[in-house]
Design a protein around this ligand. Sequence first.
Ligand code: UDP
Length: 242
Amino acid sequence: MKHVIMGIPFTNATKKEFIEDYLTPRLETAEQTTVVTANPEIVMKTRENNAYKQVVQAADYVCPDGIGIIYAAKMMKQPLKERIPGIEVVDALLHLAEEKGYSCYFLGAEQSVNERAVAQIKKTFPKLKVAGNHHGFFDIDDRSLAERVAATDPDIVFVAVGAPKQELWIAKYKHLFHKGLFMGVGGSFDVYAGAAKRAPEIWMKLNLEWLYRIVIQPSRVFRIFTSLRFMFLIAIGQGKKD
Ligand code: UDP
């Protein structure tokens, strides 16, 4: 069942259900799948950019990544089971890929970050098949790069170039692939590379991961205004509007 917030249909599942009941069967049958992990900022971006909105609406799954989405769903009296953080889905998929022999492509982040992230992932998941990797500072119209990624025939493609570029890239080029689970993963490679850190557990338990990210990267402070605007719009009943 999908819970719609500002026209964006969110998947209502626990993280475990999402991995085991939604993604695992689709990987087993090699069914092409697109996953968006959306926080309030992404929902707000879809309000400003209709092409982006259509891409997010057309995704197979939109996960609630961000406590603001969970609060909004509660305020709209259609609660979502739990937050599904993108990076935790990446982790679970890497486990699954190593176990089942699925190959993964890592597209995104700066060259050095990308290389360090892939090296770290290979260390943690030594049997993982890496289809390939490439940095994320490419032009979205660079079709030859997409063709090169498709030629590696990956089972899973992680695209870490930030929103909306990552989702737009996936929508534009997924037809070049025969199969593949495609997922935009934002700053996840920075975390694997050690260039960014997730919040300590206590911050996460208190649902303050967003605040931690601002504390360690103050340039993100402006993003909070977008999230506040989102919460304000929900509070005045705009959540049910497209
Ligand atoms: N990035 C990239 N190509 C670009 C712009 C950004 O590869 O053209 C990378 C950037 O280096 C970082 C990630 O995309 O690793 C974006 O992380 P962020 O946490 O800002 O993601 P967002 O919150 O915007 O989804």
